[in-house]
Design a protein around this ligand. Structure first.
Ligand SMILES: NC(=O)c1ccc[n+]([C@@H]2O[C@H](COP(=O)([O-])OP(=O)(O)OC[C@H]3O[C@@H](n4cnc5c(N)ncnc54)[C@H](OP(=O)(O)O)[C@@H]3O)[C@@H](O)[C@H]2O)c1
Length: 276
């Protein structure tokens, strides 16, 4: 018997008391989806939060949404995380605005989907930039200010494909593993000053997943959106896809001193989908 969707909705907007009031957080790729949900969770706990994205209108909308969530300050900056100069300017602006940096949460865009023989060289390079190099650039720039903090943390949002191969996802299956290896390396190299952890979400009802389902409905693969959404939850023992806040809350927890002995961890937040 599936848990009702209300199960997730009932925790909407509820504070966890994570002891990060007044801390400075930067969340990348965060005008939508799990990045925005992580920014909201950190803001709700009293942190000052910087967000970024490439589209000015989405930035304005996300900033307004965040301003209503917590009592901390919000910085919304246009930045493409695949552009090293943008990332350097973003970290610098965050440190300048908030007087330092305590928490970094890294989300990203999507790689192209498809089986190996359907992928092009350009798509491989694009996926490498979107998923791997974005973390390389951001972790490198954020290292110094995070090391100066007495609460420095990094959390990256990847996918369950980092642990268990997905069908028709050659790029995700490959690049997520590179990111996992990088994060485990950073957890060792940046300890003890900075804790580094990974969240591996299963299907989560963000704009991105909603778009995939709507396209499938249009192609005639599903009779309607709800049937498509249920199909994405087939493998999850909890019987539903995640609400973005359920990922954001875990990102805030891992960023907080309540997770002070957790580093180098790869945590599936997938309703029990991964069997290993
Ligand atoms: N949703 C799922 O079911 C699911 C499950 C597992 C893993 N994931 C992965 O989790 C990550 C986030 O997914 P999501 O569903 O939360 O996505 P989403 O709702 O589509 O949000 C993506 C956000 O990232 C921003 N963004 C994309 N590319 C960027 C770039 N190069 N530089 C700066 N910002 C960028 C987007 O804004 P702009 O486009 O305006 O820049 C948007 O704010 C993706 O890597 C996705 O593959 C998703």
């Amino acid at each position: 018997m599936a848990l009702p969707k209300d199960y997730a909705i009932n925790i909407q907007g509820v504070r966890m008391e994570l002891n990060i009031d007044g801390n400075a957080a930067l969340v990348t790729a965060s005008t939508s989806g799990m990045g925005l949900a992580s920014a909201e969770a950190l803001a709700r706990e009293g942190a000052n939060v910087a967000i970024c994205g490439r589209t000015p209108e989405r930035l304005t909308q996300a900033r307004e949404q965040l301003a209503d969530v917590g009592e901390g300050d919000v910085l919304a900056a246009e930045a493409d995380v695949t552009a090293p100069d943008d990332v350097a300017a973003l970290v610098e602006a965050t440190v300048e605005e908030f007087g330092g940096l305590d928490h970094l949460v890294m989300s990203a865009g999507d790689p192209a989907s498809g089986r190996f023989l359907d992928t092009t060289n350009e798509e491989w390079i694009g996926a490498m930039e979107t998923l791997v190099m974005s973390v390389v650039y951001t972790a490198r720039e954020a290292h110094a200010p995070l090391e100066e903090s007495d609460a420095g943390t990094m959390v990256a949002i990847t996918a369950t494909s980092a642990q268990e191969i997905l069908d028709a996802a050659a790029l995700s299956n490959s690049m997520r593993r590179a990111v996992s290896g990088l994060l485990e390396t950073l957890a060792r190299e940046f300890a003890p000053e900075i804790r580094v952890n990974e969240i591996q979400p299963g299907p989560t009802e963000t704009e991105s997943l909603a778009g995939v389902i709507e396209d499938a409905v249009e192609r005639g693969d599903y009779p309607d959106y709800e049937t498509g959404l249920a199909d994405w939850a087939t493998d999850a023992p909890l019987g539903r896809v995640a609400d973005p806040q359920e990922i954001g809350d875990v990102a805030a927890f891992l960023s907080s001193p309540r997770a002070s002995y957790v580093t180098g961890a790869s945590l599936p937040v997938d309703g029990g989908t991964i069997r290993s």
